[in-house]
Design a protein around this ligand. Sequence first.
Ligand SMILES: *[C@@H]1O[C@H](CO)[C@@H](O)[C@H](O)[C@H]1NC(C)=O
Ligand SMILES: *[C@@H]1O[C@H](CO)[C@@H](O)[C@H](O)[C@H]1NC(C)=O
Ligand SMILES: *[C@@H]1O[C@H](CO)[C@@H](O)[C@H](O)[C@H]1NC(C)=O
Ligand SMILES: *[C@@H]1O[C@H](CO)[C@@H](O)[C@H](O)[C@H]1NC(C)=O
Length: 323
Amino acid sequence: MARGPGLALLSLSLLPPLLLLVAVIGHAAAQDNCTCPTNKMTMCERSGPGGRCQCRALGSGLLVDCSTLTSKCLLLKARMSASKSGRALVRPSEHALVDNDGLYDPDCDQQGSFKARQCNQTSVCWCVNSVGVRRTDKGDQSLRCDELVRTHHILIDLRHRPDTRAFNHSDLDAELRRLFRERYLLHPKFVAAVHYEHPTIQIELQQNASQKAAGDVDIADAAYYFERDVKGESVFPGRGGLDVRVRGEPLLLERTLIYYLDEKPPQFSMKRLTSGLIAVIVVVAVALVAGVVVLVVTNRRKSGKYKKVEVKELGEMRKEPSL
Ligand SMILES: *[C@@H]1O[C@H](CO)[C@@H](O)[C@H](O)[C@H]1NC(C)=O
Ligand SMILES: *[C@@H]1O[C@H](CO)[C@@H](O)[C@H](O)[C@H]1NC(C)=O
Ligand SMILES: *[C@@H]1O[C@H](CO)[C@@H](O)[C@H](O)[C@H]1NC(C)=O
Ligand SMILES: *[C@@H]1O[C@H](CO)[C@@H](O)[C@H](O)[C@H]1NC(C)=O
């Protein structure tokens, strides 16, 4: 007889802990997706009274805003820290070709921008532009870099597989613009032009300091995310690779060269630059997974020169952009 009320009492006293348990489980479930949708090289956790999801970039530990792209400097730094700690890097191959994109462990400021002067462990220093590419000769620690010179024009030179038939230029143009707007969150006005002549595609990004409003994605970061996507090393977590289709036809990219033009001419002692040109640059050779091996093999057989050229591209090679 006494059992009934006793049980009721018992369950009543169990109720708050049960509710608590449910709440905790619910909270844990909500925590499950505390990740950074724009940068997989982060550590995220809920903190503070509101339990807001906060993400910090690997390597630097700086807080990142996951509603937009992470800066190239922080991404490079995270990448270097991952390779140091032996974390698996998504790389098509260990061959030098894919390493030659000017990889180094950069110094970033609190906003995630490159510091104007970069040095490596052996106290060799150089000045970089806003995309982190060297724009002066190397010097020792007395080298001064007064300002971070802005890269305001980026030319991305791509080639699609030559055996596919020509795309309709205006459709291709529209798809690439959509890609930069939707995937890289770049304001459309910064995609200055898309040129196309089968099988070469050129995308021009332009953004000078006065045009860039607070919150605008920088063309340097959009280009870097794109470069990583083309290489099959996407910075986005869990999203598939690049899948660009033009009227249903997949756009298969084979090769990418990226030219960076700065607001001020670079300062190399070698006087090769013609006066009218604003600047120039280091080239990033990129190839898709399948493309890498083929390129290396075929080029080596032909001349044995390919590797040398690629190594130079690490920082030495300068080209006048063929605009
Ligand atoms: C987390 O989950 C909620 C609800 O399921 C969803 O609205 C939100 O977009 C998710 N956030 C992320 C970063 O996936
Ligand atoms: C630093 O740079 C110099 C000159 O480019 C290079 O020879 C050296 O290997 C670099 N050291 C490191 C640790 O990157
Ligand atoms: C390309 O497609 C557009 C519509 O998207 C069309 O107006 C144009 O005529 C096409 N050009 C060619 C050469 O087929
Ligand atoms: C920035 O771009 C705008 C529009 O293209 C141009 O009017 C302006 O002169 C440029 N400013 C600089 C400093 O290059």
